[in-house]
Design a protein around this ligand. Structure first.
Ligand code: LLP
Length: 425
């Protein structure tokens, strides 16, 4: 988002015009920013053979998947439906890594049938896999290094209490199964969490993976997951991917020469690629002052962007309709019948009823975590690319909410109650 002459733009288009054209609440994504972020990350690791598998869960709209595919990205998916959306968007199965959590073996079988790369994150599935496929289907293994990392315990995945991955201490058991069933392990994987600041966490993880790799002679890649931190607040420190690129590439090259072969280095970023490029545009329905607070009540809520309530996440908010207005302190709240604050004690240019507000950094885990809570429709999504806007998902309607309901004609609770009553003589 840019501010010029006291007006706010996304990729050259006035945000107020987009809000008027497509209505609010509205997710707007800057496609060029997403492409730039992809290329920045790719360049930071240009010294090694790097593959960037976009974590589709962050923002799954096929237009975004297509855009990243056009830049050269692969895909990281956690469900078969994410994989199907990827295939619809032009990815081929070999470019897709399937890293599910706690799924039944039948889902793994379906993923194998679809031709996806399979990443296994528990011993039980590894045994089923070995039993069924022996060495006929390659796989990778997700390890849990027991490192506490990430911005919030809810999004930390590599610590000892986490359900993710196979414990690094179970390596002897993994090796026993791999050997017994002759499983073809072509990749090792770790992902320790989201919002990781320190390059050191990645280097520590790399060290562990390099050590483990010696037991797996057929590797093609090592996947270092993701967790690159983006700036949610002004002045927030972010993961310095250039610094990380230099340090990790050097370590990786040394490792590859010891291993005896050049392997691929994989990452699977979500937030880094799409978070900052996305904005949720909402309208101020009411200004409500209570003895303690001035609330701006907007036409959206935790049903559309749950991060503030779920993770106490900070999302910067600006009043795009009155950029010159005097600043006042507000709490910006949603219209859901729960406490659903987008931001507390925020300085905003004076908000008038009908003004549009932009909630920043909403590209990742915004729409993809949206729900129909309070029986409200999910917002529309617009992609701006090379200065042109595209409606990439229309706003839901009441009919969409009815789509999955069964016909209620044969259910008549009143008649059932009457039928149960004993008939008096
Ligand atoms: N790879 C794996 C195996 C993951 O579990 C995740 C995220 C990613 C990659 C992408 O991580 P990222 O680059 O986006 O940090 N809903 C939470 C984040 C949950 C992350 C889940 N896994 C949030 O809004 O902060």
């Amino acid at each position: 988002m840019e501010k010029r002459d006291n007006k706010y733009y996304i990729n050259g288009l006035l945000i107020e015009d987009l809000a008027k054209e497509y209505g609010t609440p509205l997710y707007v994504y800057d496609g060029n920013q997403i492409a730039d972020k992809y290329n920045a990350l790719k360049n930071a690791f240009s010294e090694v053979s790097v593959k960037i598998k976009y974590a589709a869960k962050a923002l799954t709209n096929p237009a975004i998947l297509k855009l990243l595919k056009s830049q050269g990205a692969g895909l990281d998916v956690v469900s078969l439906n994410e994989a199907r959306l990827g295939l619809m968007s032009g990815f081929v199965p070999e470019e897709i890594l399937f890293t599910p959590s706690c799924v039944g073996f039948e889902e793994i079988v379906e993923a194998v049938d679809m031709g996806l790369n399979i990443n296994i994150d528990n011993i039980s599935i590894l045994e089923h896999f070995g039993n069924k496929y022996h060495n006929s289907v390659p796989c990778s293994i997700r390890l849990n290094p027991h490192i506490m990392a990430g911005g919030n315990t809810k999004i930390s995945t590599g610590h000892i209490d986490s359900k993710f991955g196979i414990s690094i201490y179970q390596l002897p058991h993994i090796l026993r199964i791999v050997k017994t069933y002759d499983i073809q392990v072509v990749g090792l994987h770790m992902h320790t969490g989201s919002d990781i600041l320190e390059a050191d966490v990645f280097l520590k993880m790399a060290d562990i993976l390099f050590g483990v790799s010696r037991d797996f002679p057929n590797l093609k890649f090592i996947d270092f997951g993701s967790g690159f931190k983006v700036a949610y607040k002004e002045g927030d420190i972010t993961t310095n991917v250039y610094d990380l690129g230099i340090k990790m590439s050097a370590a990786f090259k040394t490792f590859c020469s010891e291993y005896g072969r050049d392997l691929e280095m994989w990452f699977e970023p979500g937030k880094y690629l799409v978070s900052e490029a996305g904005h949720l545009i909402v309208k101020a329905n009411i200004i409500k002052t209570t003895p303690a607070t001035a609330f701006v009540g907007v036409n959206s809520g935790l049903n559309h962007l749950i991060r503030p309530m779920m993770y106490d996440a900070y999302h910067h908010i600006v009043n795009i309709s009155n950029p010159g207005g005097v600043q006042r302190v507000y709490t910006v709240s949603g219209y859901i019948c729960e406490t659903d604050n987008f931001g507390v004690d925020r300085k905003l240019n004076e908000v008038r009823e009908g003004d549009f507000l932009a909630i920043k950094n909403a590209g990742a885990y915004g729409f993809s975590m949206a729900s129909n809570y309070n029986s409200r429709e999910r917002p529309a999504e617009v992609l701006v690319y090379n200065g042109k806007s595209h409606l990439i998902r229309r706003r839901e309607t009441f009919d969409d909410l009815l789509n999955t309901l069964n016909d209620l004609d044969d259910f008549n609770p009143k008649a059932e109650v009457l039928a149960k009553k004993p008939i008096k003589e």
